[in-house]
Design a protein around this ligand. Structure first.
Ligand SMILES: Nc1nc2c(c(=O)[nH]1)N[C@H]1C(S)=C(S)[C@@H](COP(=O)(O)OP(=O)(O)OC[C@H]3O[C@@H](n4cnc5c(=O)[nH]c(N)nc54)[C@H](O)[C@@H]3O)O[C@H]1N2
Ligand SMILES: Nc1nc2c(c(=O)[nH]1)N[C@H]1C(S)=C(S)[C@@H](COP(=O)(O)OP(=O)(O)OC[C@H]3O[C@@H](n4cnc5c(=O)[nH]c(N)nc54)[C@H](O)[C@@H]3O)O[C@H]1N2
Ligand code: SF4
Ligand SMILES: [Mo]
Length: 716
């Protein structure tokens, strides 16, 4: 065991709901021991009744995670000098020597910005934190970005612009109290199932107390439970939000006390939305006026409006503006900082929130600090015990900028950890060509066979969740300790340990000398003192003894006494203390349909699969749920394109072509088609949806528009 197990409760390592799991040892009284293919005993999981975030509930992924941990693991470091060679095993010692030699050479040439790391919301906070200290502190480059750039960065930017800081202000209990749940760009039923069930249970018990509105171009398992489904045209969300505001203002549903006391820039916003008349909005969005009126009535006249959003909003070239547009409605109606109300981003990955706290994006530093703020840099350097000026003053390369840098031969070392970008990045053919040009590609990975490993020179075996201790923060700002309860496979090591060892070997022995993850966490928490995301009162020990805790949790807080909601006093962390209205004109899609590419492809998720399927693809029950990727297409479009149900179709964009079996369904809007993101090029039924997608991104959040690209569909 890497570390002594501290208890057998943990947080689910899949989605950002962050359910508490109770872990049952293989030989739990009276149960037959299930064994994996390699004979490893399998641990079972069930919902933890004492975890406040899920109260014992769990979905099929969390319930089967134990079956995904041991199969097909990477067990030792592998190396090859060029991609045309086979990998050969090397020792950790050799692997570190190789890294140290290369990095020292790069630093000697003053090319520190030729090093970049691409990390993940599936890191534990300790992994994230030491990656920041290694890159931004020891190496002097801010080129650390994470897959959160493809996921939550529009939410981060949107919260910061409107409210003055990142940080979702709500909690899951708000689902039990809201009178309207406004679900926009989220297929909650499949992607955040335990939260969805909580809402549905309430709706069934008290159907008149809560209305559910879903905004999604597709009919999904989520929209099927809604009172009102607005199947808007893809990319028209901001027009819709302005249209709702227009009617709220006109029909006096707004909260003038709140606007006056707690906001700024209202006049300019009111002027902008006055242009967004119902006629204009319904024409752009493709909905009926009665639907628009109904949703505006619900917003303007209800006690508590809770809006939930995810990738349909964030993955837009105007993602930050759409988040702003949504928060505007909360400010306009005073629906924030109170029970059952507020703008609530549903985080995708289990620790994307912890990543934000630890500064895990190229423009951030730990404790919600910013790279381009000199006093923030100085505060961090002090805690890191690094020379003043160690942290570079400019933000580093974002995810896509790292690809562009490889294209321009500006990166000498690209290190990918806990993400599989050769499936999940947009414009995959361009990514492949760029990565091939990078002289040293390092991939830290838990399993064999990932697509990104095919492009690696040095492959480092990672100990994953269950084999390493660490903490994760879920969507409602709740921090859970995830103990190590299984031995690591082969020679695999925790990501933070790899970063710490490299730091020591690069000559920063004092700064990277940690004996446990608890010690790493303890240093991190000091950097959050006095910040919005204050966790200075937390420690592994406290979390182990008292269970999961929500932040803010300043030093000397009483366990479970922390505030459940932010901004209850109407005071916001902006310069003026007021929240800001954001007035942006809608832009629509970066790549709208055309004569040659008449359909809009959107790419998303299936309930039983997780991303690139390195784990869920190994669980029989989940495989049986979704045996193959399907192209969803409306009957009218299918007829026009000449494709038949169950046959193969070819889907072509300006960048590439893929094939998939056709599923003709009236659930999808005419003019839109859908593919899942899960099947990368190493899967038996490969369907590289992201080879089709473009990389154009929101200029503020730099989050690519992974939800829409123009395609043409024909018979394969
Ligand atoms: N089962 C499962 N659950 C997961 C994951 C997983 O891989 N599998 N991944 C996790 C992660 S990291 C994330 S980020 C979340 C993502 O969670 P979600 O965002 O809920 O999931 P997606 O399927 O990516 O997209 C959500 C919906 O956006 C809609 N959409 C597309 N275009 C538009 C548009 O223009 N406007 C609007 N309003 N909607 C649009 C799509 O039709 C889709 O139904 O899920 C998390 N949970
Ligand atoms: N078109 C389109 N593209 C998308 C999206 C979309 O909706 N549409 N969604 C985007 C979003 S929101 C996301 S979050 C990304 C997700 O995309 P990825 O992050 O690429 O997907 P994962 O399969 O979760 O990759 C995680 C990898 O880390 C490995 N791993 C697991 N645990 C550990 C560990 O502890 N340490 C290490 N080193 N490795 C580990 C896993 O085996 C796996 O290979 O995809 C993005 N791409
Ligand atoms: S809802 Fe999310 S966190 Fe909860 S068990 Fe399912 S995948 Fe895990
Ligand atoms: Mo995500």
């Amino acid at each position: 065991m890497p570390e002594k197990p501290v208890n057998v409760n943990s947080q689910c390592p899949y989605c950002g709901v962050g359910c508490g799991l109770e872990i049952l040892p293989p030989a739990e009284a009276g149960r037959a021991v299930r064994r994996d293919a390699d004979g490893t005993p399998m641990w079972a999981t069930r919902g933890d009744r004492n975890h406040p975030s899920n109260l014992g509930q769990v979905c099929i992924k969390g319930a089967t995670v134990g079956q995904a941990l041991a199969r097909g693991r990477l067990r030792q470091p592998l190396y090859r000098t060029s991609l045309s060679e086979e990998f050969k095993p090397i020792t950790w010692d050799k692997a570190f020597e190789l890294l140290v030699d290369r990095i020292k050479q790069i630093l000697k040439d003053k090319r520190q910005h030729a090093i970049a790391m691409y990390g993940s919301g599936q890191f534990h906070t300790e992994d994230y934190y030491l990656a920041q200290k290694l890159l931004k502190g020891a190496l002097g480059t801010n080129n650390f970005d994470a897959n959160s750039r493809l996921c939550m960065s529009s939410a981060v930017a949107g919260y910061s612009r409107s409210l003055g800081s990142d940080g979702p202000p709500c909690c899951y209990e708000d689902l039990d109290h809201c009178s309207v749940a406004f679900l926009i760009g989220t297929n909650t039923a499949e992607c955040h199932p335990v939260l969805f069930q909580r809402l549905i249970k309430r709706k069934k018990r008290h159907p008149r107390n809560v209305s559910i509105v879903v905004v999604d171009p597709r009919a999904t398992a989520t929209s099927k439970a809604a009172d009102l489904h607005l199947a808007i045209a893809p990319g028209t969300d901001l027009a819709l939000l302005h249209g709702i505001a227009h009617l709220i203002l006109r029909d006096t549903g707004f909260d003038s006390d709140f606007i006056e006391e707690a906001t700024e820039d209202f006049a300019i916003y009111a002027k902008l939305v006055s242009e967004w008349t119902p006629d204009r909005v319904i024409a752009i969005c493709g909905i009926q006026e009665s639907q628009l009126r109904e949703v505006a009535r619900l917003w303007g006249r209800s006690k508590g409006v809770l809006s939930l959003w995810s990738m349909g909003v964030n993955q837009r070239r105007e993602g930050t503006a759409v988040v702003g547009g949504l928060i505007n409605l909360h400010l306009l109606t005073g629906q924030i900082g109170k029970i059952g109300a507020g703008p609530f981003s549903l985080t995708g990955q289990p620790n994307a929130m912890g990543g934000r706290e630890a500064g895990g994006l190229a423009h951030l530093l730990p404790g919600y600090r910013l790279v381009d703020n000199p006093s923030h840099r100085a505060e961090v350097e002090k805690v890191w015990r690094m020379k003043p000026g160690s942290i570079a003053a400019e933000p580093g390369l974002s995810a896509w900028q790292q690809v562009e840098a490889m294209e321009a031969n500006e990166l000498d070392l690209w290190w990918v950890a806990a993400t599989n970008p050769l499936v999940s990045m947009p414009n995959l053919e361009r990514v492949k060509a760029a990565v091939r040009q990078c002289p040293l590609v390092v991939v830290s990975e838990a399993y064999t066979g990932s697509e990104t490993a095919d492009y690696a020179h040095l492959l480092l075996p990672a100990a994953q969740w269950s084999e390493k201790a660490g903490v994760m923060t879920n969507s409602e700002r709740r921090v859970t300790l995830c103990p190590a309860y299984r031995p690591a496979h082969g020679e695999s090591r925790a990501d933070w340990k790899i970063f710490a060892e490299l730091g020591c070997r690069l000559g920063f022995g004092d700064q990277f000398n940690y004996s446990s993850a608890a010690e790493v966490y303890s240093e991190f928490t000091t950097l959050t003192k006095g910040k919005v995301c204050d966790v200075s009162g937390l420690s592994h020990e406290l979390l182990q003894e008292q269970g999961p805790q929500q932040w803010p949790f300043p030093l000397d807080s009483e366990p479970s006494s922390s505030s459940k909601r932010l901004y209850t006093n109407w005071h916001f962390p902006t310069a003026s203390g007021r929240a800001r209205f954001i007035a942006e004109q809608p832009l629509g899609l970066a790549e709208p349909p055309s004569e040659a590419y008449p359909l809009i492809l959107t790419v998303g998720r299936y309930l039983g699969q997780w991303h690139t399927m390195t784990r869920t693809g190994k669980v029989e029950r989940l495989k049986a749920m979704h045996p193959e990727p399907l192209l969803e297409i409306h009957p009218d479009d299918a007829e026009r394109c000449g494709v038949k149900h169950g046959n193969l179709a070819a889907i072509r964009s300006r960048r590439s072509r893929v094939t998939a079996k056709v599923n003709i369904t009236a659930d999808i809007r005419i003019g839109s088609v859908f593919l899942p993101m899960h099947w990368g090029f190493n899967q038996d039924l490969a369907c590289e949806a992201n080879a089709l997608m473009h990389e154009q991104a929101c200029p503020i959040s730099k989050q690519p528009e992974l939800k829409a690209t123009a395609v043409v569909v024909t018979q394969a």
